[in-house]
Design a protein around this ligand. Sequence first.
Ligand code: NAD
Length: 260
Amino acid sequence: MGSSTYDFSEETVIVTGGSSGIGRAVARRFGESGATVIVADIDETPKDPDDSVPTHEAIRDAGGRATFVETDVSDPTALESVVEGAREFGGVDVMVNNAGIFRGGPLLDLDVETFDRVYATNARSVFVGCQAAAADMIDRGVEGRIVNTASISSEYAQPNHIAYDPSKAAVMMLTRVAALELTHHDIRVNAVAPGGVTTQIGAEDDGSRVPEEERISKDNPMGRRASPDELAGSYLYLASDDASFVTGHMLYVDGGHAIY
Ligand code: NAD
């Protein structure tokens, strides 16, 4: 068994949240496929202690082209600057809106500031990222592609997820509405919906993380979580010509979790 190879050598790809976890794996795979990769993250340092080298350096070490732009996606103007900056590399062809955070807590306890922070980071950033990238793609007349990171949480509710799950439901609908509005501009918009993935998301959160991990392994038909690398190919597929008739789609990469 091999994995598919794609040629993105003429293309510039922005990956938000590309320093760690899923975004890092996606950025590296685009880098291996010849793309110029712009890693837009609030922190250059990978969260996983096993990853010692920042993503853009790892891509360059492997012979690829990549740069890092310090970006807080919850700042409503930040992604417009990143998209503008991409013009230096020919302009964005593929926008991956992936950055996200997890904060747990029940409805009766969660404070409004935490809810707003989760929503601004996970959902409003996707609105802003789609808007900035699409406006620039239309300006330049390119057939753009946008891939957002949704989640099984976009459709399946869990206790203590009163901020996270609604933010991911919004990503699903942002993807669908944007896809409908952008088809006549030759821009496709899709989402990858991961199940449990072995990343550091939520590691800085309170105690709700551990039981959730146990639950994910127990409830998943494959009995485990995915590695970030098992997610990466689906982003390249959705950005490739193989998916030329796919838009507004949620591609579940979850070991069967959503149908269980
Ligand atoms: P991660 O914590 O490993 O990586 C997230 C990255 O986003 C980090 O590099 C972090 O620095 C960055 N980031 C956080 N806040 C940011 C901000 N305000 N501005 C810019 N960058 C910011 O997590 P991950 O698991 O790789 O998560 C990536 C995406 O996948 C998220 O949208 C998450 O909701 C989604 N997801 C993860 C899982 C999972 O089980 N890990 C499951 C479903 C969906």
